[in-house]
Design a protein. Structure first.
Lengths: 103, 605
């Protein structure tokens, strides 16, 4: 079955909208990070779709996706590290309460 | 050579012994001067035998210390030794009661040593050194009774007057050394032309200071503050004589111009200080003024070109003036004063001493056959024969009249008056006085041999000079005996008593120029001070500028940059809310703006 490029891009856009909403509406650090993951995933979907439909013979698109996935994993590790540390010290990961970085 | 050394060393060793042992100063001093006299006599005998005694000691390169006994210097040395010996004999009696005898005799011997050194010196360096030594020793001796009021000032004055004039000797001597290339006096006398004239005038200045010539005559009268034996020594053969001796020694070198100046200074001094002597109210000060006057006559003789006449008068005067002072000292002892009023009749109380004093006074006035007659005769003859006879001879004759007048006055004052009680005998003083008076009387016998000995060319005496001299002397004595100074001098009296303070006297001639120089120096000093201060101020300003540049400029810009950075950071921190949702919302808005711009690209590109 042939799926149209526009369909893939629509899926990506939907994924992005869900992620954006999640990142902006949630107060829990874990939930915000999940939103951000969704945004990145949307970007990856778009990237793969463009590669598959416009330049299927160039492998650099695939490589780029793999690198972004690695970066996502590292980012998640750092983010959850911060969340665990914060939970240990403050007993909460609610970002409404985290105002220490105010200038 | 042994004799020469003995002449010099005997008084010096005696002085050292006196100071080292601090006892028996009279005996040691007498032994020293007696040995010195012996040495000087033997030395003269040796020189008369045709030898020239010479001692050369190594000193500066090519300028050794020379002592030489030529006919002239040996004669002078004998004069010094003789006067010194009998003055010391007299002083042994005069200073009998003084608790400071050690200091007195020690200094006196030093003085005699220095004078012998000066007379016998054969090079300018030695002459300068001994010249300084007699100046220093005379300062010590004049100021001997320094605890009495005014004595220290008199000593300082004598020292400063002679010192200022010594500048002439220094420059003159160094000029001669520079021109001749050697410091030997006899060699430098070959100098001719302008250097000789300049050096002659400079040496005249030195002689004017030491021999108390107008206008530097003032210190000599004040130097009477010292003990009488000191005055006797100072006035006859030593300190004051040094000036005349210097001129006599350099006379062969002097050109016409210098002779003219010497004659003028001598003639004027002879008359002016003669007037001062006549007007004087104090016996010792009178004798002091008379000393200046007689040295003026010697300068006239030198100026007339006959230094031998000056030498004769110097020798005669040495004996005469020392005996006069010694006599005056006896009278001073009796009356405890040297004021003419206090001394009235003092001579009648001591006929023996008075006879000696009177004999010397007549000799000084110039009565034959005493020594003064012949020496003054020689001076007058020289003045008459000189090219400048027109004014030198009247000055010399006037001085002779004045000499007679003040001596006549002194004799009258000492003889006429209340004689008081009988005084105690004074053997030592009488002995010293007696010998010197004897010399003053018979010295003339030695003049003719001396003339041959020195091979001097005297001015042809003739009959005119002795006749004029005798006339002047007798008329002067008569005037002095018969009339008071007030009647003789009339309106001049008051001025003469003030020492003819022309142009403000010494104050005008020395003190004021010195003050002007001092003021100029002070101004220069102040100016230099201001200059140094100014340099300092400029330096301070530079330092201040450097500090300002450092603090305001460099530090300021660095700290300003830091402050601005901090301020910018502070302002930038305000953007940070620390509220993660807002940051994210802002990011989304940013992305939306970017997307909008990209989407709108076809509209504006």
């Amino acid at each position: 079955m042939i799926v149209e490029l526009s369909v893939a891009l629509s899926v990506g856009a939907g994924l992005f909208a869900v992620g954006l909403y999640g990142a902006l509406s949630q107060t829990n650090l874990v939930m915000i990070m999940m939103g951000i993951e969704l945004i990145l995933a949307a970007a990856l979907v778009n990237l793969v779709a463009f590669w598959r439909y416009l330049h299927p013979d160039v492998i650099s698109g695939q490589m780029f996706v793999l690198i972004v996935m690695t970066v996502m994993a590292v980012e998640m590790a750092v983010g959850f590290g911060i969340a665990v540390a914060r939970f240990r010290s403050r007993g909460s990961v609610e970002m409404e309460e985290a105002r220490e970085l105010k200038g | 050579m042994t004799m020469l050394a003995l002449t010099l060393l005997a008084p010096m060793l005696a002085a050292l012994l006196v100071f080292a042992s601090r006892r028996l100063p009279e005996i040691l001093a007498l032994a020293g001067v007696a040995l010195g006299l012996l040495g000087a006599t033997a030395q003269l005998v040796a020189v008369a035998g045709g030898k020239t005694l010479l001692i050369i000691l190594p000193f500066l390169p090519d300028m050794p210390i020379r002592f030489e006994a030529t006919p002239l210097t040996a004669t002078l040395s004998l004069v010094v030794a003789t006067v010194a010996a009998f003055v010391v004999l007299y002083a042994a009696g005069y200073m009998r009661q003084d608790p400071q005898r050690v200091r007195f005799f020690g200094t006196l011997l030093l003085f005699v040593t220095a004078m012998q050194g000066l007379v016998l010196s054969g090079d300018w360096i030695t002459l300068l050194a001994t010249w300084e030594l007699i100046g220093f020793a005379s300062y010590l001796l004049i100021g001997f009774w320094h605890h009495r009021p005014g004595v220290a000032a008199a000593a300082t004055r004598a020292f400063l007057y002679t010192r200022s004039a010594d500048l002439g000797l220094y420059i003159g001597a160094f000029l001669l050394i520079g021109v001749a290339g050697t410091s030997e006096i006899s060699a430098t006398l070959a100098t001719t032309g302008t250097p000789a004239l300049i050096a002659g005038l400079l040496l005249l200045v030195a002689a004017m200071g030491k021999s108390a010539q107008v206008p530097l005559q003032d210190w000599l009268q004040r130097a009477m503050a010292g003990p009488t034996p000191v005055s006797a020594l100072l006035h006859s053969a030593t300190l004051v004589a040094a000036g005349a001796i210097l001129l006599i020694r350099v006379a062969p070198m002097l050109p016409g111009g210098a002779l003219l100046a010497i004659g003028a200074v001598g003639g004027i001094t002879a008359v002016i200080t003669g007037l001062m002597a006549l007007a004087e109210k104090d016996l010792k000060r009178l004798l002091a003024a008379s000393t200046s006057s007689q040295y003026g006559l010697m300068l006239v003789a030198v100026g007339a070109g006959v230094p031998f006449a000056a030498l004769l008068h110097l020798i005669a005067h040495a004996a005469i003036k020392s005996s006069l002072f010694l006599g005056a000292g006896v009278f001073q002892h009796d009356r405890n004063s040297t004021g003419m009023a206090a001394l009235a009749g003092a001579g009648r109380a001591r006929p023996g001493i008075f006879a000696g004093f009177a004999l010397s006074a007549l000799a000084l006035a110039g009565i034959p056959p005493l020594a003064g007659f012949f020496s003054k005769d020689a001076v007058i003859a020289a003045a008459l024969a000189s090219p400048a006879a027109l004014w030198l001879a009247p000055l010399a004759l006037a001085a002779t009249v004045l000499t007679g007048a003040y001596m006549g006055r002194v004799l009258r004052v000492l003889w006429v008056g209340n004689k008081g009680e009988k005084p105690k005998p004074v053997p030592y003083m009488a002995a010293g006085l007696g010998v010197l008076v004897g010399l003053a009387a018979v010295l003339a016998l030695a003049f003719t041999p001396l003339d041959r000995f020195l091979e001097a060319d005297m001015a042809e005496a003739g009959l005119l000079a002795p006749a004029l001299g005798l006339l002047a002397a007798v008329s002067g004595l008569a005037l002095g005996w018969l009339f008071t100074p007030a009647r003789l001098l009339g309106p001049v009296l008051a001025r003469a008593q003030r020492g003819f303070a022309v142009f403000g006297g010494m104050d005008g001639l020395m003190a004021r120029p010195a003050l002007v120089i001092a003021e100029a120096c002070e101004r220069l000093e102040k100016w230099l001070y201001e200059l140094v201060l100014g340099v300092g101020r400029i330096n301070l300003l530079l330092g201040w500028l450097a500090r300002k540049t450092d603090t305001k400029g460099i530090d300021g810009s660095i700290f300003g940059l830091v402050r601005q950075t901090i301020a910018t950071g502070t302002r930038a921190r305000k953007l940070q809310s620390g509220f993660i949702h807002r940051e994210m919302a802002l990011a989304v808005i940013g992305m939306a703006v970017v997307a909008a711009l990209l989407l709108a690209a076809p509209l504006y590109s």
